[in-house]
Design a protein around this ligand. Structure first.
Ligand SMILES: Nc1ncnc2c1ncn2[C@@H]1O[C@H](COP(=O)(O)OP(=O)(O)OP(=O)(O)O)[C@@H](O)[C@H]1O
Length: 609
C-alpha cells in the first residue's frame, strides 16, 4: 500500500468543507482556543504561586489572577462540549455527502463486469466502511492536530523559558514515537485492506443464516452448523490478524511510554534539585511540571492524531478511487442519438467471453432481428441465450464483432438512451420488498426520484399480466407491502399486513413491470413464464403473442410450445446460430429444434395417453 498523497487529504478536507463549511470553521476556532488555554492556565498558575510566596502579597492582583484562572477553567469545559457537538454534527453531514457520492458513483457503472470483479468488490466494501468515518477522522485529526500543535508550541516555549536542554530532550524523545506511529498506522491500514475479503465472506454467511432467501434450505438440509462454523472461522482469521496488530502496538507503545516516563522523571529530579539550589522558584517548578506533562501529552496527542489521519487517509484512498474511477464501459467521444428502431438489430460476428481466462460463450453469432418482428432464442442450458440479451442491453461489450442498432454500433450510442428504448423481464427477475404498486411502477421511472400514483396504466399492466385481481384483493390492495421483513408506515399498528407472493405471482408482477414499458422499441422476455402454471402460461403467451404482433421482441423459452408463434426462431448451438426460421421451417429442417420440439411434444402426448 503506497503512502497517501496530499491530494487525498485535500479531497477529504474538501468533502468536509462541502458538507458543512460553517461547522468546519467553528470547529477550527474552538480547536485554536482549546489549544492555547492549557498554556494560559499553566502561566496563570505560575503567576498565582509566585505572588502567593512573594514578600509582599497584593490581594487585588491575586484576585484578578484567580478570576482569570476560573474563567479559563470554565472555558475549557464549555469549549470541550461545544467541540464534541460540532464534531458529531460534522460527521453526520459528511456521512450524508460521502454516502451520496459513493452511490452516485456506483450508479454510474453502466455495465456489470466491474461489479463482478472480487478486487472491485473488496475496494467497494472498504470504501463503504471508511468513506463515512474517513473524512470525519481526518478532520478530527486536523482540528485536534491544530489544537495539539498550539498546546505543544505553547508548552515548549514555557519549558524553554525554564530549561533549554530539557526542552531539547523532550522533543528528541518524541521523534521515535512519531516514526513508530506512522509505521503502525500503515500496518493497521494494510491489515484492514487485507481483511476485506474475509469480512465480506463473514458477512455473506451471516446474511445466509439470518436472511429469508436461504432459510428453507438451511433448515431442511441442516446447513446452520456448517455456515455458522464457516462464519466463525472467517471471524477467527480476522481476529488473529487484528490481535497480531494489537500486540505489535502494545509492544511499541509500551516501550515508547516508558521512554517518556524516564524523560519526565529525570526532568523533575533536575528541577527539584535546581529549586533546592535556589535557581528556580515555586512557580517555576509548577510551570515546569505542567510544561513537561503538557508537551509530552500534547505531543503524544499530536502524533496519535497524525497516525489516525495517516491510517484514515490510506483507507480513504479506496473511497477516492471508487468515486473518481472512469466509466466501466468505453464512452463514445461523440455519442450519436438513439433514434426509434426502424430497420432492426443485428449481431454481427459477435464473439464473447466473460473474461480473458473464461471460455468463449458466443463464437461468431450472426443474427438480424428485424424491426416489428418477434424473435425467439432457443438452445440448451448454458448455450448463451441470456448472454445475448445482456449484450443487447449493453451490460457488456462484445469481445469481438458488434451489436448494431439500425446499423449503429451500440458502443457509439449513449447507454442511458439505449436502455430507455428497452423493456425486459430477466430470468432472475427482482422481487422488491416494497408495495405491490411500487413493484410495478418501478418499470417506468426513467431517472425520476419518485414513483407515480396507482393509476390506470399500472392496473392495466397488472391485468395484462393476470395479477390484477390478486393484488386488488390484498389487505391494502395495491398499497400492500410485499414483504414480511418491513412494515409500512400505515401498517405500524398492524405489522402482520405485509404478504408474500408465490413464485408464479411474483413472476406476473415482474411481467406487469415490463408491460409498463411496452411502448418501448424492443421488449426482451427471458423465460417470462417459467414459474407459471400451464393455464396461466398459455394465457400469458396468447396475450404476449397478440401484444408482440407488429412489435420488436426477443423471447427466450425452453417451452417450445410457447415460442412457435414467434416470427422467427434462432437456435443457438456451440456459440453460433445453427438454425434460423419459422417454427414450420425448423420442424421440416429436421435439426436440433425439430428434435427438441418432438421430444417435448412426445412427452406431453405420452402423459395424456
Ligand atoms: N457473469 C458471468 N460470468 C462468467 N460466466 C458466466 C456469467 N454468466 C454466464 N456465464 C457463463 O456463460 C455461459 C452462458 O450462460 P447463459 O446464461 O447465457 O446461458 P443460457 O443459454 O441463457 O442458459 P439457460 O438456458 O440455462 O438460462 C454459461 O456457461 C455460464 O456459466
Amino acid at each position: 500500500m503506497s503512502s497517501p498523497g496530499p491530494r487525498s487529504a485535500v479531497v477529504a478536507l474538501g468533502v468536509a468543507w462541502a458538507a458543512a463549511p460553517l461547522i468546519l470553521l467553528g470547529s477550527l476556532a474552538i480547536s485554536v482556543l482549546t489549544g492555547v488555554l492549557p498554556v494560559i492556565v499553566a502561566w496563570l498558575t505560575k503567576l498565582v504561586l509566585d505572588r502567593v510566596v512573594a514578600a509582599e502579597v497584593r490581594l487585588d492582583e491575586l484576585t484578578l489572577l484567580a478570576v482569570g484562572l476560573a474563567v479559563a477553567g470554565v472555558s475549557v469545559a464549555l469549549l470541550g462540549e461545544a467541540g464534541r457537538y460540532l464534531s458529531g454534527e460534522l460527521t453526520r453531514r459528511v456521512t450524508l455527502l460521502t454516502r451520496d457520492r459513493l452511490y452516485l458513483a456506483t450508479g454510474r457503472l453502466a455495465g456489470l463486469a466491474r461489479l463482478e470483479q472480487p478486487a472491485y468488490r473488496d475496494r467497494l466494501h472498504l470504501a463503504q466502511q471508511h468513506s463515512y468515518s474517513g473524512p470525519g477522522v481526518i478532520l478530527d485529526s486536523f482540528v485536534g492536530g491544530v489544537q495539539a500543535v498550539l498546546t505543544t508550541v505553547g508548552f515548549l516555549v514555557s519549558l524553554a523559558a525554564v530549561s533549554l536542554p530539557v526542552t531539547a530532550v523532550v522533543m528528541v524523545a518524541a521523534v521515535p514515537t512519531l516514526i513508530a506511529e506512522l509505521k503502525l498506522s500503515k500496518r493497521r491500514a494494510q491489515v484492514l485492506t487485507g481483511l476485506s475479503p474475509t469480512e465480506r465472506r463473514e458477512f455473506f454467511y451471516m446474511q445466509l443464516m439470518t436472511g429469508l432467501d436461504a432459510a428453507k434450505e438451511i433448515r431442511l438440509l441442516g446447513l446452520g452448523k456448517l455456515f455458522r462454523g464457516r462464519m466463525l472461522a472467517e471471524l477467527g482469521k480476522a481476529n488473529t490478524q487484528r490481535r497480531r496488530t494489537d500486540l505489535r502496538e502494545l509492544r511499541v507503545q509500551g516501550l515508547l511510554g516508558a521512554l517518556s516516563a524516564v524523560v519526565a522523571g529525570t526532568g523533575l529530579v533536575w528541577a527539584v534539585l535546581a529549586a533546592g539550589r535556589g535557581q528556580l522558584t515555586v512557580g517555576d517548578i509548577a510551570v515546569f511540571t505542567a510544561a513537561v506533562a503538557g508537551v509530552q501529552g500534547s505531543l503524544a496527542n499530536l502524533i496519535g492524531r497524525i497516525g489516525a489521519a495517516h491510517n484514515a487517509l490510506l483507507l480513504f484512498e479506496h473511497y477516492r478511487t471508487v468515486t473518481t474511477e472512469g466509466s466501466d464501459l468505453p464512452v463514445p467521444p461523440e455519442p450519436g442519438k438513439v433514434s426509434p428502431l426502424r430497420h432492426g438489430i443485428e449481431f454481427r460476428d459477435v464473439w464473447f467471453r466473460y473474461g480473458p481466462g473464461h471460455p468463449w460463450v458466443l463464437r461468431g453469432v450472426n443474427l438480424f432481428i428485424p424491426c416489428g418482428e418477434s424473435m425467439a432464442l432457443v438452445g440448451h442450458n448454458g448455450a448463451g441465450k441470456s448472454t445475448m440479451v445482456k449484450l443487447l442491453c449493453r451490460f457488456y461489450d462484445p469481445t469481438r464483432g458488434a451489436v448494431l442498432w439500425d446499423g449503429a454500433d451500440l458502443r457509439d450510442l449513449p447507454v442511458d438512451e439505449l436502455r430507455r428504448r428497452l423493456g425486459a423481464v430477466f430470468q432472475d427477475f427482482m422481487t422488491y420488498e416494497m408495495s405491490a404498486a411500487e413493484n410495478i411502477a418501478l418499470g417506468d421511472v426513467d431517472g425520476a426520484d419518485e414513483l407515480g400514483p396507482v393509476d390506470e396504466r399500472l392496473t392495466a399492466a397488472a391485468e395484462r399480466a393476470g395479477i390484477h385481481d390478486t393484488l386488488a384483493n390484498l389487505p391494502r390492495g395495491y398499497r400492500t407491502l410485499l414483504s414480511r421483513s418491513f412494515v409500512s408506515e400505515e401498517d405500524k399498528d398492524d405489522p402482520e399486513t405485509g404478504v408474500l407472493l408465490s413464485g408464479g405471482q411474483w413472476q406476473r408482477v415482474a411481467l406487469a413491470r415490463a408491460f409498463l414499458r411496452d411502448q418501448r422499441d424492443l421488449l426482451i422476455l427471458d423465460e417470462p413464464t417459467s414459474g407459471l402454471d400451464a393455464e396461466a402460461e398459455h394465457e400469458i403467451h396468447t396475450s404476449l403473442a397478440e401484444h408482440r404482433a407488429g412489435r420488436t421482441s426477443v423471447l427466450i423459452s425452453h417451452r417450445l410450445g410457447s415460442v412457435r408463434a414467434a416470427d422467427r426462431i434462432a437456435v443457438l448451438v456451440d456459440g453460433r446460430v445453427a438454425e434460423l426460421g419459422t417454427h414450420d421451417e425448423l420442424v421440416s429442417l429436421d435439426g436440433t429444434y425439430s428434435r427438441l420440439f418432438r421430444l417435448q411434444a412426445n412427452g406431453y402426448v405420452q402423459e395424456v395417453s
